[in-house]
Design a protein around this ligand. Structure first.
Ligand code: ADP
Length: 607
């Protein structure tokens, strides 16, 4: 027996697990902010260039203000200089044109940057997910991966493509305007800002205790979600036992609580908000600055054109406030999205052997295998047996005894926490993953057909297989006739014009495994879903598949494995017995008891 040890493992994941998010909202906010900076790094340079261009665009946008003041000067003079009027009008038009072009270029740059970033992130995710253990996918909801790859990446769009550029313009333009007023007369700059303190005080009053209230709102929302989930999940039970009114009451209570909390928080805020918005509304600002600057003119502090400039600049100021509010919101949701993407990109990878080795033959050995999902409770404790090439080994045992866990250690859904799993004398951790997947085929209970034609699904393991080979595999898997009966035969799209039953999908996955022709097979016997007439067909297909390979079957129904070359009985993560059916029935141990129990209700299935 080989005593191969695993070489030093060269894993990019050795960089460590996902950053722990420290307690508290602000710490979580900081972690999200850091994640955002890191995620945006590949396009940070382009975004900065775009911001500079946008700032220039905003400054060019001041041309109409300066132009109008000049124009007022010229028009109020005793004799109007037509040439100057035309020059000023051209300058105003030129400024507006330059602004449009600069802003357009800045947004074009950030949109290209955003597309590039989305491609980079999606590529990174695919690369990363291609290297994480397969077991990770069974533990994660596909929703989480889909959310990160689709909506989270999309959530960054607003921030990368719009936020920085629009925010720069929104800040630079009023600042430029105020600087101009300051240059004309400092009193004009102060007058333009006159109503802002009212807004600031009202806003600060509205925002007091905001984090606390948001937390309460999240809690209240979570209670509603929980009540809805409970109601929907348990709907059958709830209805059967006539409890719908009581279950509904929990939902009613959660929503009533939410309404009470929300109106208590928001109602007084609405009055303050109305006051705040009024302080920065165009009529109020127009009135205050016109009256103020008229007084300044009267006092002889400024000239009429300068007073006009003050009114115009003051009217622009509120346009900054709204984008600032939206920008903060966009940044918050983009930060949360960035944190989820960041965490996904740091999912620990399956360690890769520094010096991969090729197995010699297809004998499978489990050598003192230990495994724990959580690092503390062993689900498998010292399991040891071998599966010879050309034989079928059946794993049996009570539910939860570790059968599926043990079988999935072979294609490295997880790595053992102790002992070794070997194929052809080589530890599976030392076999290059591409070679391992070529060697080990698996047909699991939870059949996954991907979006595409039926033929594509069968070809997954061997994309270059000819149509004839695909059909032969399907015929051997007893599903060829069914596929021909589909509207477009092998070209029918799964889920669209190919609606396959559980049993048929299982046979397609058997055809896939047959075509991939892996010498070692893990079969999770899934007769549970199968419709009765396809159950026999599945058994025939499985026998076809098992021929000449090293097969490990997870048996849920003993009748199907009485002919297995070897039966390994697992009990609470340990091998309780090993032998053939006859031998084990004769031994009168766990298997004999399971067999007796199995025979009771279903005798016609026995040999
Ligand atoms: P069997 O296939 O014999 O029913 P399993 O291998 O599915 O048994 O499960 C063995 C034990 O491992 C059970 O106690 C089960 O609860 C636990 N287990 C299975 N999958 C996971 C998982 N993904 N995370 C944590 N525990 C698990």
């Amino acid at each position: 027996m080989s005593t191969t040890t695993v070489d030093t493992v060269d894993s990019p994941a050795a960089s460590g697990p996902v950053d722990a998010v420290p307690d508290g909202a602000s710490a979580a906010g900081k972690a999200a902010s850091r994640a955002l900076t890191e995620i945006r790094r590949p396009v940070a340079g382009s975004v900065r260039v775009a911001c500079v261009i946008s700032a220039l665009g905003a400054l060019a946008g001041l041309a109409p203000f300066l132009g109008l003041v000049e124009l007022a000067d010229v028009l109020l003079a005793d004799s109007v200089d037509r040439g100057r009027v035309i020059t000023i009008c051209l300058l105003i038009a030129g400024g507006l044109l330059a602004r449009a072009m600069l802003m357009g270029s800045a947004l074009t740059i950030t949109h290209f940057a955003d597309v590039r970033l989305q491609a980079i992130l999606r590529r990174r995710m695919v690369e990363r997910l291609g290297r994480v253990p397969l077991g990770w996918f069974s533990e994660q909801s596909s929703g989480r991966v889909r959310k990160a790859a689709m909506s989270d990446v999309h959530d960054l769009h607003q921030l990368v493509a719009h936020h920085s550029v629009e925010m720069t313009a929104a800040v630079v333009m009023p600042l430029g305007g105020l600087s101009y007023l300051l240059w004309l007369d400092w009193r004009l700059a102060l007058l333009a800002l006159a109503t802002l303190p009212v807004y600031a005080v009202a806003y600060a009053w509205m925002m007091r205790g905001y984090a606390d209230q948001m937390r309460r709102m999240d809690e209240s929302n979570a209670r509603i979600s929980a009540a809805v989930a409970e109601f929907v999940h348990g709907i059958a039970v709830v209805k059967t036992f006539g409890q719908s009114r009581r279950a509904f009451a929990a939902y009613r209570q959660a929503t009533d609580e939410f309404v009470r909390f929300f109106s208590g928080w928001v109602r007084p805020m609405l009055r303050t908000e109305a006051l705040a918005l009024m302080a920065i509304s165009a009529p109020v600002i127009g009135l205050v600055t016109s009256a103020g600057s008229a007084w300044f003119v009267e006092r002889g502090w400024v000239r009429v054109p300068e007073a006009v400039a003050c009114v115009l600049v003051a009217m622009v100021l509120p346009t900054v406030i709204q984008p600032l509010g939206f920008g903060a919101q966009a940044r918050r949701s983009a930060s949360a999205a960035a944190l989820r993407i960041h965490d996904l990109l740091r999912t620990p990878e399956l360690p890769v052997a520094a010096a991969p080795a090729s197995p010699d033959g297809h004998r499978v050995e489990f050598d003192d295998v230990r495994f724990s999902y959580d690092g503390s409770t062993d689900v498998l404790c010292g399991v040891g047996f071998a599966c010879e090439p050309g034989t079928v080994t059946a794993l049996v045992g009570p539910s939860g005894s570790g059968k599926s866990t043990l079988a999935t250690l072979l294609p490295r859904f997880h790595d053992v926490t102790g002992g070794r799993v070997r194929i052809g004398g080589v530890d599976v951790r030392r076999i290059a993953s591409a070679e391992l997947y070529r060697l080990v085929g698996f047909v699991l209970q939870d059949v996954q057909l991907v979006y595409g034609t039926v033929a594509d699904n069968v070809r997954l393991g061997r994309p270059d297989a000819s149509a004839g080979e695909v059909e032969r595999a399907c015929a051997a898997a007893r599903v060829h006739d069914r596929i021909l009966a589909l509207p477009r035969g092998y070209d029918s799209i799964v889920g669209q014009d190919a609606q396959l039953s559980g049993g048929e999908a299982q046979r397609v996955s058997i055809a896939r495994a047959l075509l991939a022709d892996a010498p070692v097979l893990v079969l999770d016997e899934a007769t549970a879903f199968a419709d009765p007439e396809s159950e026999a067909a599945i058994q025939d297909a499985l026998s076809e598949l098992a021929r000449g390979r090293t097969v490990l079957v997870i048996a849920h129904r003993l009748s199907t494995i009485v002919g297995a070359d070897q039966i390994v009985v697992l009990d609470r993560g340990r091998v309780a017995e090993t032998g053939t059916h006859e031998h084990l029935v004769g031994a009168g141990g766990t298997y004999a008891r399971l067999w007796a129990a199995h025979q009771g209700p279903d005798t016609e299935k026995t040999k």
